[in-house]
Design a binder for this molecule. Structure first.
Ligand code: UDX
Ligand code: UDX
Ligand code: ADP
Length: 456
């Protein structure tokens, strides 16, 4: 029986291992983490992350061939294959601060693996890492006179939060990078065999380790670049009476461009896009590639502009003062169907609103706990209100920041009636029926579409 251990029970490690365990009953999967509360939660029906469909997958395999444990050393020792799926946040100190990946958790894992292993193992990089990290890891793993052999593979995860289960069940592709040596190819084949249990072989791409590492950063950079590109156009639309949704549709029908990832918004969030682009920027700079570094950095700059522009629009349209005005923020998660608030544009929006002394009330169906933790400095000033109608009661403005489907079905007449007049609504996701809202009496603002106003 093949034994897998995954270090890191987070948004990536948890769902990925649950799917492998579900699909491969012949493989024993143990997910380990130093965070005791997280491991305890994985053992209950109140999982530590919200992800549609995840609980069913976990329940099917948990106790059968899927286990969660805080005994990291034992997990590593027993395993044939060790996935490393720990956090690799942006460095906040020293060289590369604000740009480079902080690899301290990764290196600690590598040292632990080396320390406790008594048999040969395949080590799989699951976390997103700078190109050539595998090389550094191999040096750590093979330092000294350890007789154990470690073969490092790169197997980046492309799942998106909110759709993790579909993405894992039926991925566009799985990417595995291995060394072009006999042992490298043997290890690569072992991992291919696991995924091939449920994924058609032609969708399992194999490359060398460096191409695989770089493809992950590149995929996220391209996706984020599309959002920044359409957001740049949204600003131009607002000045020219073009409609960004029409433009996106018109260009998306060109098969060379494609229709996905062209939704103008308040900006992209999430733990990956910004971090991975900055990582790419840092890598380019490290190799002296100034122009490529600047090109990719501009994707992040554009995103920051879009977040800031949204609040500026709110301020200007509300007669240049929002001090003490009640503003209902609907949605705090960085996207729908997740409770994750990491790098959510809502954080920047709330901070900027607070700097204008607005009275903020935040509502979100799944992200309230994380939202409270994101802005400790504002925790006492912000009201958190699960009930959307109570949040909007008496508000001067409503700002929709997350594309939760249920916001489309709200009783906006009831919301309008309970608000101060003129009642403003800022749709940061272009998801509401703007004509209907305007007819009710709302002052309607959106992204990349003309405003609808009753004011002279
Ligand atoms: C372009 C648009 O494709 C077309 O829709 C528009 O009407 C006019 O402009 P064209 O300039 O004729 O058409 O050729 P295109 O095939 O788009 O190539 C433009 C340039 O980009 C060429 O120099 C081509 O070699 C280059 N290119 C294209 C690349 O370097 N890489 C690619 O992947 C694609
Ligand atoms: C992303 C990648 O999609 C995934 O492949 C990778 O493994 C991890 O990073 P994730 O961050 O979970 O996944 O969500 P994603 O759906 O990509 O959305 C990222 C952000 O972009 C969200 O804030 C979303 O609202 C925003 N977005 C996305 C837009 O503003 N417009 C779009 O058209 C698409
Ligand atoms: P991601 O979104 O990449 O999955 P998360 O932060 O959700 O990132 O998960 C990473 C997990 O890795 C966290 O639960 C953290 O406690 C765990 N972790 C970090 N370092 C170690 C380590 N040295 N040993 C075990 N687990 C670790």
């Amino acid at each position: 029986m093949t034994k897998i251990c995954c270090i890191g029970a987070g948004y990536v490690g948890g769902p990925t291992m649950a799917m492998i365990a579900k699909k491969c009953p012949q493989v024993q999967v143990t997910v380990v983490d130093i965070n005791e509360a997280r491991i305890a939660a994985w053992q209950t029906d109140d999982l530590p992350i919200y992800e549609p469909g995840l609980l069913d997958v976990v329940k099917e395999a948990r106790g059968r061939n899927l286990f969660f444990s805080t005994d990291v050393d034992q997990g590593i020792k027993d395993a044939d294959i060790v996935f490393v799926s720990v956090n690799t946040p942006t460095k906040t100190f020293g060289e590369g601060a604000g740009c480079a990946s902080d690899l301290q958790y990764w290196e600690l894992c590598a040292r632990r693996i080396k320390e406790v292993s008594t048999s040969d193992k395949i080590i799989v990089e699951k976390s997103t890492l700078p190109v050539r990290t595998a090389e550094a890891m191999e040096r750590v793993l093979h330092a000294g006179d350890n007789p154990v052999h470690f073969e490092v593979l790169s197997n980046p995860e492309f799942l998106a939060e909110g759709t993790a289960i579909e993405d894992l069940e039926c991925p566009d592709r799985v990417l595995i990078g291995g060394h072009q040596t006999e042992s490298g190819q043997k290890a690569l084949q072992a991992l291919v065999d696991i995924y091939a249990t449920w994924i058609p072989r032609e969708r399992i791409l194999t490359t060398n380790v460096w191409s695989s590492e770089l493809s992950k950063l590149t995929a996220n950079a391209f996706l984020a670049q599309r959002v920044s590109s359409i957001n740049a156009i949204s600003a131009l639309c607002e000045s020219t009476e073009a409609d960004v949704a029409d433009v996106a549709h018109a260009i998306g029908t060109d098969s060379r461009i494609g229709s996905k990832f062209l939704k103008a918004s308040i900006g992209f969030g999430g733990s990956c896009f910004k971090k991975d682009i900055l990582n790419l920027v840092y890598l380019c700079e490290t190799y002296g590639l100034t122009e490529p570094a600047n090109y990719w950095r501009s994707v992040v700059t554009m995103n920051e502009y879009q977040e800031a522009r949204f609040v500026t629009t709110m301020l200007h349209s509300m007669f240049n003062t929002i001090a003490n005005k009640r503003i209902a923020v609907l949605g705090f998660a960085f996207k729908a169907d997740t409770g994750d608030t990491r790098e959510s544009p809502a954080i920047k929006v709330c901070r900027k609103l607070a700097s204008e002394h607005a009275s903020i009330v935040v509502s979100d169906p799944k992200a309230m706990d994380n939202a409270k933790l994101e802005m400790p400095e504002l925790a006492d000033d912000i009201e958190f209100q699960e009930d959307v109608y109570k949040a909007c009661d008496g508000a001067h403005a409503v700002a929709v920041l997350t594309d939760w489907k249920q916001y489309k079905d709200l009783d906006f007449q009831r919301i309008y009636d309970s608000m101060q007049k003129p009642a403003f609504i800022f749709d940061g996701r272009n998801m509401l029926d703007h004509d209907a809202l305007y007819k009710m009496g709302f002052e309607v603002y959106s992204i990349g579409k003309g405003r609808k106003t009753h004011l002279k």
